[in-house]
Design a protein around this ligand. Structure first.
Ligand SMILES: *Cc1c(COP(=O)(O)O)cnc(C)c1O
Length: 386
């Protein structure tokens, strides 16, 4: 392998720390070896901390973030169920698509891409559909950079007697998220975003109420592979064989979660915010404007400035500076840059490198910018400008 050196500032994957990569290369154990089972247990304990939950059914299913989404949807949906899905970007749309494939009658509560969902619209949808079994929403919409507040929506959903399903793929480990305090019934994430582990596992957690719903199903879960009633026996006391666990990926996730634990979740969230604010100050000094009304710290979506070729600018960043950022999806194709500051990628060094490189590229494209303005704005944000 001859892999180029990159700085990963796109919508995921993020930079993987060397110690996490080293964990991947440790000798493979049998998936029922007591030494491996101890690592599973440690991983589960660390996942509960990062999700801020006591949920017994907290584990990592094989597959990427989408597998976590599918696990939650497939286990909590039976054909003919009513579900409400909040859609304000590509991942909300994916969630709706999965619910439909599981046979749910899906009602959408939509907002324009870049905006957040209005809790009143969720309340109105629930009032119109009193049989609604669950409401699904994306906490951190990676396609638009919008940060969705959840607490009020959670109250509305529970007042209506429905379950709340939350996509925390781009928020877990980088943003405040409290599964128990916010009464989230099922939550999924991925390893390659703010947890800074390679892609390949999907942390999931189910509340005791969600578990009862799973236990009371009239029909079998339509996915055998992601059937939590089978998987929980493997992660539980029985250790009953279901599938061969991706052993080395579990080592990597365990090590990535130890990194989170050592930094401290609060300090990690604060670091994401500090670097986001500095990047934002720098990007705005370059004349770039943010798309979402309420931006994430982990994903910064800005408009591609007029007169700048999106594809060429990103190609220059990658080829000349070794920096990856993301382009726009769907309606934002060619119109947005998505800059991730996730996990180990969220550093002052990366903010500074990116702002310097972007300034060069924008000036070459004809932008009238005073040299160093972006770096000065970022430095001021960090407090070094005093
Ligand atoms: C990345 C992402 C997913 C999908 O995860 P994959 O690992 O690509 O399968 C789902 N939801 C959100 C919000 C994401 O950012």
């Amino acid at each position: 392998m001859n892999i180029p050196e990159r700085i990963l500032l796109g919508p995921g994957p993020s930079t993987v720390p060397a110690r996490v990569l080293a964990a991947l290369a440790a000798p493979t154990l049998g998936h029922l070896d007591p030494a491996y089972l101890a690592i599973m247990d440690e991983t589960r304990g660390l996942l509960k901390k990062v999700f801020r939950t006591d949920n017994q059914l907290t584990l990592a299913v094989p597959g990427t973030g989408s597998a976590g989404m599918e696990a939650c949807v497939a286990n909590l949906t039976e054909p003919g169920d009513d579900a409400i899905v909040c859609v304000a970007g590509a991942f909300g749309a994916r969630l709706a698509e999965m619910a439909e494939r599981q046979g749910a009658f899906v009602h959408l509560v939509s907002a324009e891409w870049g905006r957040t969902i209005d809790p009143e619209a969720v309340a109105a949808a629930l009032a119109a559909r009193p049989r609604t079994k669950w409401v699904g929403i994306v906490h951190a919409e990676t396609s638009t950079g919008a940060h969705q507040p959840l607490e009020e929506i959670s109250r509305i959903v529970h007042d209506a007697g429905a379950l709340l399903l939350v996509d925390a793929v781009t928020s877990l480990g980088g943003h405040a998220l409290a599964v128990d305090a916010w009464r989230i019934d099922a939550c999924w994430s991925g390893t390659q975003k703010c947890l800074s582990c390679p892609p390949g596992l999907a942390p999931v957690t189910f509340s005791p109420v969600a578990l009862e719903v799973i236990d009371r199903r009239q029909s079998k879960c339509r996915s055998w592979y992601l059937d939590m009633s089978l998987i929980r026996n493997y992660w539980g006391a029985d250790r009953a064989y279901h599938h061969t666990a991706p052993v080395n990926m579990t080592y990597a996730l365990c090590e990535a979660l130890r990194v989170v634990e050592e930094e401290g979740l609060e300090a990690r969230i604060a670091r994401h915010r500090t670097n986001h604010l500095a990047l934002r100050a720098g990007l705005e000094a370059l004349g770039l404007s943010y798309i979402p009304e309420r931006s994430l710290a982990s994903l910064n979506a800005v408009r591609v400035p007029a007169g700048v070729d999106d594809v060429r600018a990103r190609a220059r960043l990658l080829e000349e500076f070794g920096i990856e950022i993301g382009g726009g999806l769907g309606p934002f194709k060619g119109k947005a840059w998505r800059i991730g500051l996730m996990g180990a990628s969220s550093t002052r060094r990366n903010v500074t490198l990116l702002l310097g490189a972007l300034e060069t590229i924008l000036r070459d494209a004809g932008a009238q910018l005073s040299p160093g303005a972006a770096l000065a704005a970022a430095a001021a944000s960090y407090g070094a400008g005093r």
